[in-house]
Design a binder for this molecule. Sequence first.
Ligand code: V47
Ligand code: SF4
Length: 394
Amino acid sequence: MASIQALNGLIQDPSLTEEMKNIVQKVKSGERISTDDALYLYENAELHTVGILANYIREEKNGDKTYFNKNFHIEPTNVCVYSCSFCAYSRLIKNREDGWELTLEEMMDIVRKYDDQPVTEVHFTGGVLPQYDVPFYEELFRRIKKHRPELHIKGLTPVEYHYIFKKEKLSYQEGMERMRAAGLDSMPGGGAEIFDKEIRDKIAGGKCSTQQWLDIHEIWHKMGMKSNATMLYGHIETFAHRVHHLQLLRELQDKTGGFMAFIPLKFRNKNNQMSHVPEVSTVEDLRNYAISRIFLDNFRHIKAYWPMIGRDVAQMSLAFGVNDIDGTIDDTTKIYTMAGAEEQSPSMTTAEIVNTIRLVGRQPIERDTLYNPIKDYTDEVFAEDTQYRGYAIK
Ligand code: V47
Ligand code: SF4
């Protein structure tokens, strides 16, 4: 494979520092890099260098396979009891008339809207409100499963679970068991933000702590269930904070093996209390994907969430360790567009997502939430295939 030649080329590079040579050797021999190595990469490494290392690991783990899924989002509310300073939702608490609070029936209407579409997953995300309690979510999940049993429910995060279980006086174990019994299939990666306590208190004060976030995932994994992990980066955190975050995830994954994918989320600065904080560059986004890929040797998948990062950067990220670009979704997610994400109407057809992947020489595979392959689209011919975003398609 081309990636091993690139890696061997890198090893010959006389300009490499001793530290860098040591890291390259570790990657080549499949040895885990240390937190000091990761910090060294964040502080010193050029994009092309981490790109070669991450691409080598990506191809070792996943070859050219690049996954996507067919899903839709439901955001029960955009009002929230918390007011994380990076969140474009939180300002709406004071301005509730701009907000929406969906009823159970309204959420079921959204589910029914997809009845004749081949979606495999519904992803619940959004604000935290007292009326959405344990019995409410149990009823919602049960009704979805009754209506469409095979639809995978990926829902809520430790932020919501910590809040609703406390209200109900349930332990995390009891609460997660009730959620599973009601139909919850997996947990998305949100609410992780950044694990360093000082920075977390500044940007996401009041919601579940780092330890609580990790504990809920650990309990869920020990029940034999799967989840994802995220990191909100590119705001007021340092490189050392990113390494600390990755280290806690790697440690938990060593214990449980329950994480499917790691999803770095770039801080977007529109319509929130941190609009004065500049966004990081695309080069930094790609370096961050790559270093995450290199460090998280026990995570099989690194995902670029394209509605947030934009389809062009998501496409580029496929050469920097990423092997998943999430879903073909309708314009059902507002949390990121409100915060200034690249995609103002985040929806791609299957043909668009497949061609985004094929145009950079990768193999597009539709997957279910648990990464079971559904269909290989490498040789699929679509009606609109003569041109895609200005490129001629063979
Ligand atoms: O936890 C909120 C982030 C997350 C902003 O598991 C922001 O498959 C950047 O976790 N700038 C929720 N990020 C979304 C999430 C997710 C998304 C897609 C797939 C999966 C998965 C999980 O969104 C929050 C927070 O970190 N977020 N506001 C902002 N201004
Ligand atoms: Fe609420 Fe989540 Fe926004 Fe924080 S990030 S204010 S918990 S919706």
